[in-house]
Design a protein around this ligand. Structure first.
Ligand code: FAD
Length: 475
């Protein structure tokens, strides 16, 4: 039986980062992957496919040029599913090749098959029907990720009622779509298809959505979406799905019905732990298949077994999963690490995109910190004007007492890139003066930081008076 210093189950972002990190530290590493190719949800059905679809839609529709040439402008007149899939397959091929090369360069061993525990140090792998291999592991990282939730009352059929995994295999584009579940995945796909001029209705049982995002940003976002015809049914639970002339009709609580050519169900995901035989290693998962870990080390209740990525729940991002894999591997190899920075960015690749780092205005208010906000509209920058941008804003939240940046929230073109400037200043403990005193390239969208900082500065000055005012107002 082969023994390894580290066995990683799953080759998504957290598994692969853990594997490569441990290999770089000189450990023998095996990755077990049940899928036919490495990469996980991130490469095959999640992050990369959805972002490639988004980029293709924006390019082929000429979305970024419509500010100048009008709503009817298109780079390609009749966009078909095949147009979207061609670019998708090319991108995925490239991603897989890069990962396979990364594994072989770092001497990470790969075994294709379904892993399950025999005991806390022994893992059985079903390599082919009926055939199995057993490996021994000093340490284990469980990085099995999640799969879409498929409740029994939703009649999935792979063509007109689908989940997000099936969306990346579309053969025809619908003219209308109902998206059930306004989480990040639902919002991204709803807005991407709306940019394709598909008539989209977003259905969500709660009265609000994207609750972790600053409300002012969400209000601006919703305004932009309503303006281009995207329909919202908030506070509406789907009771059942019926079919009329082959088209799915979502029957909502309260009697409303939403009919469309396609229904995309994106209301939740479950941890893929059911085939691991967790009791054999002394672990149990929660009702949604997720594992609990020490948030500093990513150790489970069984100290030599770690869990990383989506299988441990929030924030369920490829970006944070990668980092969790690195931290777990370093801990497993006895390598000390500095504490993780306080804030990581959130990127929502909707159309328009949203990105945020640090505290929202609601969180700052709840903490009782005296604060001020600065706002910049992207169209106020020369670059935004050149690009023909109509929407988009950057909001900066600043502490009145220390002038430190508390949060940066952006909706609009380039948000997921722009946010990293705010992230650096925030995590390095910088103040709004950084943005006022430093020269920025011109013309850039990043100038929005300067405009927002000056806006906040105008409200903060004279500083002493502002502090006195807040102190006097305090109960
Ligand atoms: C539609 C969509 C869009 C997304 N967009 C973004 C985005 O823009 N940005 C972002 O940061 N994140 C995004 N995410 C989230 C991101 O994809 C996940 O956070 C990330 O993939 C989680 O990585 P992971 O390491 O947990 O493993 P996963 O990527 O979930 O991979 C787990 C792997 O484990 C394998 N596996 C499972 N069980 C076993 C077993 N028993 N034996 C062997 N192998 C097993 C699976 O086959 C899979 O390959 C998106 C997700 C979805 C669904």
């Amino acid at each position: 039986m082969q023994s390894y210093d580290l066995v990683v189950i799953g080759s998504g972002p957290s598994g692969r980062r853990a594997a490569v990190q441990a290999a770089k530290l000189g450990r023998s590493v095996l990755v077990i992957e049940k899928g036919s190719r490495v990469g996980g949800v991130s490469v095959h059905t999640g992050t990369i496919p959805s972002k490639t679809l988004r980029e293709t839609v924006l390019n082929l529709t000429g979305w970024r040029e419509r500010g100048f040439y009008g709503l009817a402008y298109r780079v390609k007149q009749d966009i078909e599913a095949g147009d979207l899939m061609t670019r998708l397959h090319k991108t995925l091929e490239h991603e897989v090749e890069t990962l396979e090369h990364q594994f072989s360069r770092n001497r990470v061993h790969m075994l294709r098959g379904l892993a399950s525990f025999v005991n806390p140090h022994r893992i059985e792998v079903q390599v082919e029907a009926g055939e199995s291999r057993t490996v021994e592991a000093a340490r284990v990282v469980i990085a099995v990720g999640t799969r879409p939730l498929r409740p029994p009352h939703i009649p999935f059929n792979g063509t007109t009622v689908i989940d997000s995994d099936e969306l990346v295999e579309l053969t025809t584009l619908p003219r209308s779509m109902t998206v059930v579940g306004a989480g990040v995945i639902g919002v991204e796909y709803a807005t991407i298809f709306s940019a394709l001029d598909v008539r989209v209705t977003l259905v969500e049982p709660r009265n609000s959505f994207l609750e972790f995002i600053d409300r002012e940003l969400v209000d601006d976002f919703v305004h932009q979406l309503r303006d281009r015809g995207l329909g919202f049914r908030l506070g509406s639970k789907v009771n059942s799905i019926e079919f009329e002339n082959g088209q799915p009709v979502a029957m909502l609580e309260g009697g409303r019905r939403v009919r469309s050519e396609m229904l995309l169900f994106t209301a939740g995901r479950v941890g893929a732990t059911d085939t691991l035989d967790l009791p054999a290693c002394g672990l149990t998962a929660d009702a949604r298949g997720r594992l609990t870990v020490d948030p500093q080390t990513f150790q489970t209740a069984v100290p030599h077994i770690y869990a990383t990525g989506d299988v441990i729940g929030f924030p369920s991002l490829a970006s944070t999963s990668l980092e969790q894999g690195r931290i777990a591997a370093c801990h497993a190899c006895g390598e000390p690490l500095p504490p993780a920075p306080a804030f990581f960015p959130y990127g929502i690749y909707s159309v328009p995109e949203i990105s945020t780092v640090g505290l929202s205005e609601e969180e700052v208010r709840k903490a009782g910190t005296p604060y001020e906000c600065g706002i910049a509209r992207l169209r106020e920058t020369s670059r935004g004007h050149i690009m023909g941008l109509n929407g988009g804003l950057l909001k900066m939240i600043v502490s009145i007492e220390t002038r430190r940046i508390l949060g940066v929230h952006i909706v609009g073109e380039g948000a997921t890139e722009l946010v990293h400037i705010g992230q650096a200043v925030l995590n390095l403990g910088g103040t709004l003066d950084y943005f006022i005193e430093n020269t920025f390239n011109y013309p850039t969208l990043a100038e929005a930081y300067k405009i927002a900082a000056l806006d906040a500065w105008n409200r903060l000055t004279p500083r002493k008076e502002a502090v006195a005012e807040v102190a006097a107002a305090a109960p």
